[in-house]
Design a binder for this molecule. Structure first.
Ligand SMILES: NC(=O)c1ccc[n+]([C@@H]2O[C@H](COP(=O)([O-])OP(=O)(O)OC[C@H]3O[C@@H](n4cnc5c(N)ncnc54)[C@H](O)[C@@H]3O)[C@@H](O)[C@H]2O)c1
Ligand SMILES: O=C(O)C1=N[C@H](C(=O)O)CCC1
Length: 267
């Protein structure tokens, strides 16, 4: 039985992850963590998630949440995740990270902690998006530099980071396949007389509104033809199932940094 603690237990993803743990054989919820002062502290994590009481109280104490857990699943924010990595590295717990919006410096800090403990870091844990990652690499290689690449992502009106972690990863994959540096190629803003599109740029556009779970389209636009690779998420459950699958998988791994491509055998 793999014992799992969930950080951000009362959040949109936290609730779906707790439900997915309950529905998974061989996995058990062992701790539930939330921020100090949260209204749900002291409540049963399963009741708050909507899957019935699980006998695990939501706490703001790392010691309490992690004492019986082997793996921490964290879908919160980069600053919070980095603090938890420090605690997990000290206590020898493994981590599955779904938080997005890491700066290159924060990502390097995650990699440093992963020298001490096994860490899965993936901006999108759905099987469909990870299949798209593979398709994007192949498509970019086949089409080459003659096709202009533009990425558009749509999410709900509460999302804090932009562009999404998934869109950034898609940009990185395409840039890598075309031999470009993503940081140099990404263009996030066009306004006024900004000039014609340069050949190597990768446009990144963001839409925010209502309750959109998450949509990503990568356009490969050539002269006289266009390919669009789109993924639409209809619920958060497949992100949660991916995270829980990653927690079961990482329990047997050595220190290092992994992603969903490792878990799904897509590398
Ligand atoms: N990797 C994926 O597949 C995937 C899928 C969906 C969302 N995400 C990412 O997950 C993150 C969370 O998304 P969400 O929609 O669940 O957000 P949310 O705002 O609904 O949930 C975040 C939760 O974290 C809690 N929190 C904040 N500070 C905390 C602290 N110091 N300690 C403990 N808990 C704290 C909040 O109270 C909240 O309950 C975002 O970065 C999002 O982009 C990733
Ligand atoms: O709802 C969110 O926030 C999501 N974030 C991830 C991202 O930034 O790519 C994955 C999709 C949902």
């Amino acid at each position: 039985m793999v014992k799992i603690a969930v950080n951000g237990a009362a959040g949109r993803m936290g609730g779906r992850i707790i439900t997915a743990i309950k529905e998974s054989e061989g996995l058990e919820l062992a701790g539930a963590l939330e921020m100090a002062g949260h209204d749900m502290l002291g409540q049963d994590a399963g009741s708050i998630a909507g899957c019935g009481p699980l006998g695990v109280t939501i706490t703001d104490s790392h010691e309490q949440a992690l004492q019986n857990a082997e793996v921490l699943i964290d879908f919160t924010f980069p600053e919070v995740t980095l603090k938890n990595l420090e605690v997990c590295a000290r206590l020898g717990k493994k981590m599955v990270i779904g938080s997005t919006g890491f700066t290159p410096e924060q990502r390097a800090a995650v990699e440093k902690f992963a020298e001490q403990i096994p860490v899965v870091l993936a901006p999108n844990m759905s099987v469909g998006v990870n299949a798209c990652f593979k398709l994007l690499k192949e498509t970019a290689k086949i089409l080459g530099p003659e096709f202009d690449v533009e990425i558009v992502e749509l999410h709900h009106n509460q999302k804090k980071d932009s562009p999404s972690g998934t869109a950034v990863r898609m940009g990185e994959i395409v840039a890598d396949a075309l031999g470009r540096d993503y940081q140099q190629s990404a263009v996030y803003h066009r306004e006024g007389m900004c000039g014609a599109r340069t050949k190597d740029e990768i446009g990144m556009q963001t839409v925010r509104g209502g309750d959109i779970v998450g949509e990503h389209t990568v356009y490969f636009i050539g002269m006289g033809e266009r390919i669009e690779i789109t993924h639409r998420a209809m619920s958060r459950d497949m992100f949660a199932r991916g995270a829980v699958r990653a927690a079961g998988w990482i329990d047997a791994q050595q220190p290092g940094i992994y992603d969903m491509q490792d878990i799904l055998g897509l590398k």
